[in-house]
Design a protein around this ligand. Structure first.
Ligand SMILES: Cc1cc2nc3c(=O)[nH]c(=O)nc-3n(C[C@H](O)[C@H](O)[C@H](O)COP(=O)(O)O)c2cc1C
Length: 192
């Protein structure tokens, strides 16, 4: 992972800490009453959610902001953009990728979920459907679990918004820059 990607990767684990660890920590170790512990935990979740999106936007979103005419200091429009992500980009369908809890800890598991997501996005695209793989849609995973009826033996991994692309939407015209194959790959044993 590049150093740029590290910030975006750190924030979601922080998010999980908000719900799972902070409440027991505050009540058990620091003697918080449960209401205060839950409130503090909730603030942590909201803060880390906004932080991770902000980090992601900072790294990946600048060309999009430029296309959308969103100035760097336009907090209201930037916030509006963040909220669009939480609304799954106003797409009609959101696919939640999950895996069996028994597969937890295997290094194959995230690999397989990525493969499923890639296959789904490519299959959708082959039929003219746009897709956005995203973390925003599962940041409140207990809510997603409840509304989508996802069983407890499933771990929620990622969400994918699906819909017909709006070609007139400025952000959809942005083409991301990619590192070249030569930059991203090390070839060994090819005689050069
Ligand atoms: C694992 C993963 C998580 C992502 N999370 C988000 C997200 O939470 N919000 C968002 O707007 N885009 C997110 N993205 C980025 C979009 O899926 C998509 O990559 C972006 O719109 C740019 O597409 P492009 O790189 O093909 O141009 C994520 C991408 C990946 C692979």
């Amino acid at each position: 992972m590049s150093a740029d990607g590290a910030g975006a990767a750190i924030a979601p684990p922080l998010l999980c800490c908000g719900g799972i660890f902070i409440v027991p920590l505050l009540t058990g170790l620091f003697g918080f009453v449960p209401q205060h512990a839950v409130g503090t935990s909730l603030m942590t979740i909201i803060f880390t959610a906004l932080l991770s999106v902000a980090i992601w936007s900072e790294q990946m979103g600048n060309p999009v902001f430029a296309a959308m005419g969103i100035a760097r200091d336009d907090k209201a429009m930037r916030q509006d953009w963040v909220m669009r992500g939480f609304r799954q980009f106003d797409a009609p369908v959101c696919v939640i990728v999950t895996y069996d809890r028994v597969l937890d800890g295997s290094d194959d598991t995230p690999f397989d979920c990525g493969a499923v997501a890639t296959a789904l996005v490519n299959a959708a695209w082959s039929r003219g459907l746009g897709a956005v793989i995203n973390s925003q849609g599962i940041m409140q995973s207990p809510v997603v679990r409840e509304h989508a009826g996802i069983a407890d033996d499933q771990v929620i991994m990622k969400s994918i918004a699906l819909g017909w692309p709006d070609e007139s939407f400025p952000a959809n015209a942005v083409v991301s820059e990619r590192r070249s194959v030569e930059e991203a790959t090390v070839f060994v044993g090819f005689g050069n």
